[in-house]
Design a protein around this ligand. Structure first.
Ligand SMILES: [Zn+2]
Length: 323
């Protein structure tokens, strides 16, 4: 079983690093724009390696809802007699530790999995969770991206199509409602934001709200322009989330400290707006991408937000690309 997982992993994470290195050698060290994104290329490996080495930590929230931290994106779990309902699947390398954490939440089988979007750190575990009994639900664009070869330009990375069992069986375009374990689970599509397939998941009665990667808590976020992301769309989606929740809502971000709230989400929105405006102003003045990075338009925010994989320079380039 282990070797088939390893095969799956290597197929899903087929990588062009070697091609990039060959190009670098051939050009005698002159930096192409692609190579200037070296830290981005390392992102996939970094997140995967970190999951492989990471313990899975369970945080109990309320109404039988928990969040599991340590396998890529934050995973929400609702337990009950209808079976375990997961929001996001994490990375396959975490399977033993996720299994242990899920078992500790009770004996109910795994019956449902919602993908907030198609990225590997949220959907790589789809195949084993489907084999374990999960019916997969997602936005139609998530199924589309998982079905074909998917290139993420800013990660300099190609993902091969997911195996059939990993594909969402139920898809929707705008919104969708599930009633499971006595809970209303409201799925909402947000248009182009982090990708073009982002949904949020609201456990209405418990007032627990999973934002997917629309929101990274306390760290600069990634925007995937290759599959339809948009910085303006992300700000708009964040504002829609803020309007849907209240001061009592437990907010689960895609990444970052897994238990958050409305006030922190609002700080994130304000950070995005301020940096978007700073970068847009510099770009409008005719500054190149590198000149914009050199002007440090994120400086006021770096101490708080710039301490994770998306550093200030990379975040500035991502915003520059989208304004
Ligand atoms: Zn993502």
């Amino acid at each position: 079983m282990k070797s088939s997982k390893e095969t799956l992993l290597s197929r899903r994470n087929f990588c062009l690093c070697c091609v990039g290195a060959a190009t670098f050698a051939a050009t005698g060290g002159w930096l192409t724009p692609r190579e200037a994104f070296a830290e981005a290329r390392g992102l996939v490996t970094l997140i995967k390696d970190s999951a492989a080495a990471s313990e899975v930590t369970t945080h109990s929230l309320r109404n039988n809802i928990s969040v599991l931290e340590g396998s890529g994106g934050n995973i929400a779990v609702l337990t009950g007699s209808d079976g375990k309902v997961l929001v996001d699947a994490g990375i396959s390398v975490s399977r033993p530790r996720l299994t242990k954490a899920l078992d500790a939440l009770g004996k109910d089988p795994i019956t449902h999995l919602v993908n907030t979007h198609w990225h590997f750190d949220h959907a790589d575990g789809n195949e084993w969770l489907h084999a374990a009994g999960a019916r997969i639900i997602a936005h139609e664009n998530t199924r589309k991206h998982l079905s074909g070869i998917q290139r993420v330009e800013d990660w300099d990375y190609n993902f091969l199509p997911a195996p059939h069992g990993a594909l969402p069986a139920d898809t929707f375009a705008k919104d969708h409602k599930l009633i499971l374990n006595g809970a209303t689970i409201s799925l909402q599509y947000h248009g182009p934001a982090h990708t073009d397939g982002d949904i949020t998941v609201h456990f209405t009665e418990a007032n627990v709200f999973h934002t997917g990667d629309i929101y990274w808590n306390g760290i600069y976020p990634f925007t995937d322009y290759s599959t339809g992301g948009s910085i303006d769309g992300k700000i708009k989606a964040t504002e829609t989330c803020l309007a849907a929740i209240n001061d009592d809502t437990i907010v689960i971000p895609g990444h970052g400290k897994p238990v958050s709230n409305k006030a922190e989400l609002k700080d994130y929105r304000d950070m995005l707006v301020a940096i978007r405006d700073n970068v847009a102003k510099l770009k409008k003045q005719g500054k190149s991408r590198d000149e914009t990075v050199a002007a440090k338009p994120t400086a006021d925010f770096d101490a708080k937000w710039g301490q994770f994989v998306i550093d200030p320079g990379f975040f500035t380039r991502l915003v520059y690309e989208g304004v």
